[in-house]
Design a protein around this ligand. Structure first.
Ligand SMILES: *[C@@H]1O[C@H](CO)[C@@H](O)[C@H](O)[C@H]1NC(C)=O
Length: 420
């Protein structure tokens, strides 16, 4: 986890806000400087550490409105005989860059949109307490005074992402997903937040990572669901749709996999790190199979909070060049690449070899159309090494191509062909 200097600065400010909350003293509110992000050069698509892309703010509102008009209550009902074993949560797709879904917290329930993140373990949502940042005025916020199942924990909470940070206090309450409730779930009430979810209709994050990841000291939602018998198996699966006419909703299935979204059998890979959704990938083929990166195997982590597929700078440069993408001319963004939009439909597949099986990712999955540009999802970064091997972070662009099952009990990840 790389801490940006700006994050450290924020956390210092945050602690005085936490003190306010804990002592319930009405001191002057910390005015949380958002100057720093704004001082950055105005870039067409500022990419962030974890590959979640921030969009220029003037364009965001219209995009979100379009997406929101498609949303109903976001909950899919399944035949009742299946209800005890798995739970489906309908996810919305923000222009192929972010997927999020509804949860409710408290009694009576307060509803929020959250990202379900395989790269972290903590759950947090924005809080009405102390959150005065104007950027979050339109977001929904949790108000513990309105919940009769709320329990105070009096412990400060902070989580740092490479794209930003949140902080506040830990609280406990009932969390409801679809129709299933989990009692006494610990989560962070975010009272200060920097650089995350500012311009999107998302109010928090639910970590689905393994216990020892950051935020992992508190029992995570999936563990509690299993412990309380809400689902039987510590397994969850993602179907991420493409933005295209007639597309089905994206879906997170908790407690198993939903055969409505995949065909054939799963190919499983064992976790190479017991604390991360990380595995050894065999190879990546491109240029109609003539060229390879990760040719002696590499480490790969599946990160559902990232939009992109991030790999070592040189490998990604070669791959993108062969596919026909050029680096963005903005020097600050030379780790990102664009295609001529006219070429996008004829681009070749990129093949990922996973436990000996070939999985083809098409240009429908690895090209992200944004603001009239056709971005390559393959993004380079320096020093992408882990355990002596090159390291790839596989985000939503990868997950769109394949139905992905995360099986905590058996410490493995399964991939199957997506049924669109
Ligand atoms: C939640 O906590 C309360 C006590 O605060 C307890 O009575 C209840 O049994 C707990 N629920 C579960 C499912 O552990």
């Amino acid at each position: 986890m790389h801490l940006l200097p700006v994050v450290l600065l924020t956390l210092t400010l945050v602690s005085s806000c936490i003190a306010d909350v804990l002592n319930t003293v009405n001191r002057p509110r910390v005015h949380f400087g958002r100057g720093q992000p704004q001082q950055r050069p105005n870039r067409p698509h500022a990419s962030t550490g974890q590959g979640v892309m921030q969009r220029p703010s003037q364009l965001q509102t219209s995009t979100i409105d379009i997406k929101l008009s498609n949303l109903d209550n976001g909950v899919m009902q399944r035949p009742s005989q299946l209800q005890t074993s798995t739970i489906d949560i309908k996810l919305s797709n923000l222009e192929n860059t972010m997927y999020y879904g509804p949860i409710s917290v408290g009694t009576p329930g307060q509803t929020f949109n959250v990202v379900f993140d395989t790269g972290s373990s903590a759950m947090w949502i924005l809080s009405t307490r102390c959150l005065t940042d104007p950027a979050f005025q339109k977001h929904r916020k949790y108000n513990n005074l309105l919940s009769r199942t709320y329990k105070k924990k009096r412990k400060p909470f902070a989580a740092e992402y490479s794209i930003g940070a949140v902080a506040g206090v830990w609280s406990e309450d009932t969390v409801t997903l679809a129709d299933a409730s989990v009692e006494n779930q610990t989560f962070g009430e975010a009272t200060l937040i920097l650089d995350i979810f500012e311009d999107v209709d998302v109010d928090g994050s639910v970590g689905l990572g393994l216990p020892n990841m950051f935020g992992g000291r508190e029992p995570n939602l999936l563990n509690n669901m299993v412990n309380q018998g809400v689902v039987q198996a510590p397994v969850f699966s993602f179907y991420l749709n493409r933005v295209e006419p007639g597309a089905r909703y994206s879906c997170l299935t908790l407690g198993g996999a939903n055969p409505a979204y995949y065909t054939g059998d799963f190919t499983f890979v064992d976790l190479s790190d017991p604390n991360q959704w990380q595995f050894k990938m065999d190879r990546i083929h491109f240029n109609n199979g003539e060229d390879t990166v990760c040719d002696r195997g590499c480490q790969a982590l599946i990160d559902s909070q990232s939009s992109m597929i991030i790999g070592p700078h040189e490998d990604v440069l070669r791959l993108n060049r062969k596919l026909g993408a050029e680096p963005l001319s903005d020097p600050g963004l030379s780790n990102m690449y664009v295609f001529e939009c006219s070429s996008v439909n004829s681009l070749p597949d990129v093949e990922f070899v996973l436990n000996g099986e070939k999985f083809s990712l098409t240009s429908k999955d690895y090209v992200i159309k944004m603001d009239g540009q056709c971005l390559s999802a393959f993004m380079g970064r320096k020093a992408m090494m882990r355990d002596g091997q090159s390291f790839w972070r596989l985000g939503n662009a990868f997950m769109r191509g394949f139905y992905t099952q995360f099986d905590k009990g058996n410490r493995r990840i399964g991939f199957a062909r997506t049924k669109y």
